[in-house]
Design a protein around this ligand. Sequence first.
Ligand SMILES: N[C@@H](CCC(=O)N[C@@H](CS)C(=O)NCC(=O)O)C(=O)O
Length: 377
Amino acid sequence: MARYRVYLSDVSYFSGKLEGALRAKRIAYERVRITPDILLREVLPNTGWMKVPAVRREDGLWLCDSTPLLRWLDAEHPQRALIPADPYRAFLSALIEDYCDEWQWRPAMFWRWAWPDNARYLGARLGAELSAGTPHPAWAMGLYFRKRQQRIYLRGDGVRAHNFDAIAELYPQALAWLEALLEKRRYLLGDRPSLVDIAWFGPMFRHYAQDPRPAALMAATAPRVWAWVTRLWNCAAEDWTETALDDFSDPAWAPIFTDLGGAYLPYLKDNATALATGARHFDGRYGGIDYPRLPAIRYRARCLATLRHDYAALTAETRARVDARLAGTGIVEVLRLPVPEGDVRPISSALAGPPRQIGFAQRLRFYFSGTPWDAPP
Ligand SMILES: N[C@@H](CCC(=O)N[C@@H](CS)C(=O)NCC(=O)O)C(=O)O
C-alpha cells in the first residue's frame, strides 16, 4: 500500500501541481478523487478547509497547501530534490512559484470558465467527478459548479467586459515566455525539473493543456510548452543527478520578473493594505489592466508576508545577488517593506494541526457552497 493518500480532483490546478512533484520525485501515492461528502467528512475536519490537494500519511498525519507541502516533501524525501540547493536560486524559484500560484490563477480560471463551450465541458467533467457515489445528478452538480466558479473567480475576481480581451491575452503571453525559455533547455532551469517547472505546471497542465480551448492554442502556437508539459508528467521515467541549475541569467526570464514587479507585487501590496484597513474589496490597475472590486484575500497577505520574511532571512551576499538580478523590476522595493505584525503570519508549515469539530449548520452551509475562497487553513 502507498504511504500517502492524496485527496485530489482530476481537473484541479493545485492537485496537478502536487502530482507533478510526487511523480518527479518517484513518491508512490494513492489517488482519492473527492466528492462533496469526502471533502466534508475527511478533508475539512482534518485540514480546516475544503480544498485540494490534501495529503494523509499512513500514520494519520494530514498535510495541505501545495507550497509548504513541496518543502516538506523535499525535506522528508531528499532524493530528486526539486527545490534548488543554493539559496539564491531557491529564493527566485519561490518568488516565481508564488506568482504562478496566485497571479496565473485568474487567467487560468478565465480560460476555463469565460467561454460557454469550454465552461460547459468542464462543468460536465466536474459534475461527473463530484457526483460519483452521491444521489445528485451529474448535470445538476456540473451546472451548479459552473455558475459558482464563474461567480467567484470571474465576476468576483474583477473580470468584466472592459478587461475581457486583456485578461484573455495573459495566457498566450505566458506561452510565449515559456516557449522562449524552452528553446534552449528541456526544463525551465536546465536538463532536469525543479521548483519553477512544478510552479508553471499548475496553470499549464490541468487547465491549459487539458481544457479543450486553451489546449488547442497551446498545440498550435507553443509546441515546446506542449512537449514540456508531457515531459514533466512523465519525468519519473528519466534518471537524473542533481546537476547545477541555470542561474536565471537568461534574458528570457526578464518579462516574467517584469510582470512580477509591475503587476503582481503591487497587487499583493494593495491586497495587504485593504485587509489591514478592514476593506473587503479594492480596485486596482495592474500590468495595465483595470480590475474593479477585487476581494481582499487573507491567504495572499500571508503570501506577501512569506516573501518578505524569506527575503529578510537571506544572507547579505545572497541578497545582493537577488537585488542585482531583480534591479529595475520594482520587486525588491516591495520585499524590503517590513513584515506586518498580527495575524498575517508567513506560511511556514504544511502540517494541518489537530482535527476540528464542524457543527451541523456549518457543515450544511459548506456542503452547498464550499469553504469560502479565503477560509484560513
Ligand atoms: N494554496 C492552496 C490552494 C488550493 C486550492 O485552491 N485548490 C482548489 C482546487 S485547484 C480548490 O480546492 N478549490 C475549492 C473551491 O474553490 O471551493 C494550494 O497550493 O494547495
